[in-house]
Structures are given as structure tokens and as C-alpha cells.
Write a new protein. Sequence first.
Length: 114
Amino acid sequence: MEGFNKIISFVLGLVVVIVFFAVVTKKIDLKNLGKTNKNTTATTKSVVSPTPVSSIKIDENPQVNINNSNSYKTIGKTTSPKSIPSTGLPTIFIPLLFSGVIGGSLLKKTGKKS
């Protein structure tokens, strides 16, 4: 568990460093982050009142089908697992690697636009 905490700390630190460099190189503009664009125009939305489409009919005598095939009965049988599920570093590291590559490419594309 301690190794997992170190990995999370490393990844979060790496994200902070990437965001810091993006701000320093002015790829992300924090000054205009909360401001709205003055060239936008306001649009109005029309309100539509709901109308009923159909009514619901409830059956007074519903029939219940019970499947009693005992397919889950395991009395007297022992089974061993066929494979061990994958956990740990590969299940966390590979998605983080892909997200890092995608994030880097997005930052690179925004840098080319400027």
C-alpha cells in the first residue's frame, strides 16, 4: 500500500509540474480563465409544456414465471479459480500513460495555434 501511495504522489506531482510549465510558457492563460467573451450574444430558449402521450394499463392478475433449475447449486463441488485477475501497476500505469500522451498532445496542439 505504501508503494501505491508513492505512485499516486509521483503522478500528482508530475501533473502539477506539467501544469506549471504550461502556465509559464503561456499555453494556459490564467488571466482570462474566469472572464467571459464580450462578443457573445444572449440566446433565449422557448419553453415547451409536456403533453401526455399514452396511458399506462396495469394488469390485475399478473403471471409470475419462476425458473427453478438450480443452476447455481454447488453443494459438494469445489472449484478452483482458472486465472488470477490482473491488479496493480499495469492496470493503473497503462491508462495513466495513455492519458498523459493525450494531454501532452492537446497541450502541443494549443501551443501551435498561438
